[in-house]
Ligand binder design. Structure first.
Ligand code: TRP
Length: 512
């Protein structure tokens, strides 16, 4: 039997896991979310979500991966024969996430070049929306292709597939060993520059002052809590089987608990750093323009591509900082997207015994083509928004919920705790169970309230219904895929290589 490839070193796995976590979510998404939900109002639910949901779920995924040593579908099947579809559903989420994530990396690639001459000119919002994206209003009407974005996107996919071809050690691990240290340096320089700007302090105050009433109010609360959980799941790369896939390449004796804490800590440090950087800059901008921080236009999702360039114009040495900033987006993005692509890759390799070459040809290339044909278009950026919301607003949170429910419902949660504790420094016990159970309740509540909110939005003329339809369409398609795969795969036993070190450990009943 072929032995499973493993990570070269403990540091290699930590870097890969941190590389997955630290990504566009930290630099592009987090400051935007924090800004949208009023800075300080966001931070409290965010921290609560990390401690009670993020770290416990990270540990759960690590444990499942290391125990069953296979991609999500096979791993879930070993938990329960009927649960294989959850893994395939996560494949669908990974497909949509990776295909739009690549586009944002491609935007950043273009912006590295723009930064050299600050070619966005005076009005960076206009440049981004009109000159660069040529964004059309209607997300569903297919517009025209944007050749520059498409060229960059092709480059991104070639790089990703080359890394994947290298396998675990020579591909993923090596890429992360280069990306992470590079990122720390690039980003360190920017943050230091940002906090030394005039007005930085006002920005930081807006970021760090909690607003309790917004968090607890019934009109605003549920949305903020879902956004915070969504952000934490997105940021820590949980809920989609990524960490199951990564930890399936761990050695059986690998330590898990301190690894999870280290990764979560590294990720949040980066996120807070990005927040500090961006809010300092917002403070600077508000001091320059006399506008209140909450009212700066063109922020939200456009922090990275609109607000940032505007500030670079004002800043001495802006070209240099700009190149560093967009390069760090690219580096952070690449080390994350490979952890999304690994989900379908490990899934088919472990379930069907495919070689890496075959997987690249049959899964990797079509995935890249879908991304390249759909997104570098004039309606691409609205598609990105709609799909992002389906993936991170619902998909990941539901995926995480399903993982927890399954671990409890199959009664395997104790087996898993024992499995983790076999090598863990911090022992998993009732605190872990309580956190996971609490997360289940919290997520169920938040999800119900949000769907209710969306249904109400349907009759609001201000809100484009298309976005809600895309949201539900994509969400529904992903779940449907999971159900179909459950039916198709139910009678097919797991390959021997897998069932021998996994299935027989727990039950053996899965081989129908
Ligand atoms: N965590 C990454 C970020 O912050 C994105 C990411 C990578 C991800 N792999 C994932 C998100 C798996 C969810 C699931 O940008």
């Amino acid at each position: 039997m072929k032995t499973r490839e493993t990570w070269g070193t403990r540091a290699g796995f930590i870097m890969a896991a941190a590389g997955s976590a630290i990504g566009l979510g930290n630099i592009w998404r987090f400051p935007g979310e924090a800004y949208e939900f009023g800075g300080g109002a966001f931070l409290v639910p965010y921290l609560i979500a990390i401690l009670t949901a993020g770290i416990p779920l990270l540990l759960l995924e690590y444990t499942i991966g290391r125990r069953y040593r296979s991609g999500p579908p096979s791993a879930f099947r070993m938990l329960s024969p009927r649960a294989e579809g959850i893994g395939w559903w996560q494949n669908a989420i990974a497909f949509f996430l990776a295909t739009f994530y690549a586009v944002i990396i491609a935007w950043a690639v273009c912006y590295v070049f723009f930064a050299v001459t600050r070619s966005w000119g005076e009005d960076s919002a206009m440049f981004f929306g009109v000159d660069f994206l040529a964004a059309s209003e209607d997300p569903l009407t297919f517009g025209e292709y944007r050749p520059t974005i498409m060229a960059a996107l092709i480059g991104v996919w070639v790089l990703v597939l080359v890394i994947m071809l290298g396998g675990v050690r020579k591909g993923v691990e090596l890429a992360n060993r280069i990306c992470i240290p590079l990122l720390v340096v690039l980003f360190g320089v920017i943050v230091i520059r940002a906090v030394t700007l005039d007005g930085a302090l006002d920005g930081l105050n807006a970021f760090f002052t909690p607003q309790w009433d917004t968090i607890t109010a019934l009109e605003t609360g549920p949305e903020i809590w879902l956004a915070a959980y969504g952000q934490v799941f997105f940021s820590l790369s949980i809920g989609m089987g990524t960490m199951i896939a990564y930890s399936s390449y761990l050695k059986k004796k690998a330590e898990l608990s301190t690894t999870a804490v280290t990764v979560a800590f590294a990720n949040s440090s980066f996120e807070l750093m990005a927040g500090i950087g961006v809010f300092s800059i917002l403070g600077f901008m508000s001091a320059q323009s006399g506008t209140a921080i909450g009212e700066l236009v063109g922020v939200g999702g456009g922090v990275a591509f609109v607000t940032f360039p505007a500030i670079l114009n004002e800043m001495p040495g802006g070209n240099f900082v700009g190149v560093l900033f967009f390069a760090s987006l690219v580096v952070a993005g690449v080390s994350s997207i490979i952890s999304m692509v690994i989900v379908p890759f490990s899934s088919v390799e472990d379930r069907f015994g495919w070689s890496r070459k075959k997987t690249v040809a049959v899964i990797g290339i079509p995935m890249a083509l879908f991304s390249i044909l759909i997104y570098p278009t004039t309606n691409g950026s609205s598609m990105v928004d709609a799909v992002d919301f389906a993936v991170s607003g619902y998909g990941l949170v539901l995926g995480g919920l399903a993982t927890i429910v399954l671990a409890f419902a199959t009664g395997k949660i104790r087996v898993l705790a024992a499995e983790a504790n076999r090598t863990s420094v911090l022992k998993l016990g009732w605190v872990w169970y309580v956190c996971l159970a609490l997360t289940t309740i919290m997520l169920t509540l938040v999800l119900i309230l949000n769907v209710k909110g969306q249904i109400e939005d349907l009759s609001d003329p201000e809100i484009a219904n298309e976005l809600i339809y895309i949201n539900w369409g994509v969400g529904g398609a992903m779940i449907l895929f999971g159900l179909v795969m459950t039916a198709v795969m139910y009678r097919r036993p797991l390959p021997v290589a897998n069932s021998e070190d996994g299935e027989s450990v727990d039950s053996g009943s899965a081989t129908a």
